[in-house]
Design a protein around this ligand. Structure first.
Ligand code: FES
Length: 253
């Protein structure tokens, strides 16, 4: 087991306050709140944001990159776009010295510490969607039933598009605000499809991939002549827009 390492003097961190310390070569965010000391990894589990640079309110730290919130006492991820806890560490105070001991496991099994598939490895924000080789996404053909392509069929098709970190489709995540179909002016019998889509956060790194996959999925349908994706941030996305299926998949109850 790791040893406690002295990281600060109590006088160096106000209450409430935070600072960045190094423990055994790892960067740790140290918090002083209501007379208690807490330590978590200086790493947001969404996309590696530096938590010690975030805003501290009571026992919640907000990632400065896309706004995910974590409980500084447990490391639990409290809000999207983070869904996995960050590691919490042991802290003790002796005299005026503050010590931290690294833990090896994520610190929380709290209510939002979901057991999720790890994000795909690779460059941040460019995780690969599990689609067929060559980029082709298998599409069902709603018009095979004889019905013209309608909003419900478009939404079914959009379930092929999945958030690369959460592995939940964009329809069940509640990212689709609107579907508009209009006869294509330049292609008889075909339709122009416009999608109003939001993101879980304004700077969602998966945005370009979700837009591209949406265009590929819908553009591959024989009745579609063009696909337009409009990003809408008002009203902002909130977790309560997720369907029951998405909540089950993410382990949110
Ligand atoms: S890196 Fe922290 S919310 Fe995205």
């Amino acid at each position: 087991m790791a040893e406690f390492v002295k990281v600060a003097d109590v006088s160096e961190v106000p209450d409430p306050g935070k600072t960045l310390v190094e423990v055994d070569g790892e960067m740790v965010a140290l918090f002083h709140v209501d007379g208690q000391w807490h330590a978590i990894d200086d790493v947001c589990t969404h996309d590696g944001g530096p938590l010690a640079d975030g805003e501290l309110r009571n026992h919640t730290i907000s990632c400065p990159r896309h706004g995910a919130k974590f409980d500084v006492r447990t490391g639990a991820a409290l809000t999207m776009p983070a869904v996995r806890p960050t590691r919490a560490h042991d802290v003790k105070v002796e005299g005026t010295a503050v010590f931290v001991r690294l833990r090896t496991e994520p610190g929380s099994t709290g209510p939002t510490a979901h057991s999720l598939p790890m994000r795909a490895t690779g460059t941040a924000g460019t995780a690969t969607l599990p689609i067929a080789a060559g980029g082709a996404i298998p599409t069902t053909a709603p018009s095979a039933s004889g019905q013209p392509l309608g909003e419900d069929a478009v939404r079914e098709l959009l379930k092929e598009v999945k958030d690369p970190e959460l592995f939940v489709n964009i329809v069940d995540l509640g990212l689709i605000y609107g579907v508009t179909l209009a006869p294509a002016a330049d292609a008889a019998g075909k339709q122009h499809v416009a999608i109003d889509m939001t993101m879980t956060s304004p700077a969602c790194p998966a945005g370009p991939q979700l837009i591209g996959d949406t265009k590929r999925v819908l553009g591959g349908h024989p009745e579609v002549s063009a696909v337009e994706v409009r990003i809408v941030m008002d009203p902002p996305w909130t977790p309560d827009r997720m369907t029951e299926a998405a909540r089950d998949q993410l382990g949110i109850f």
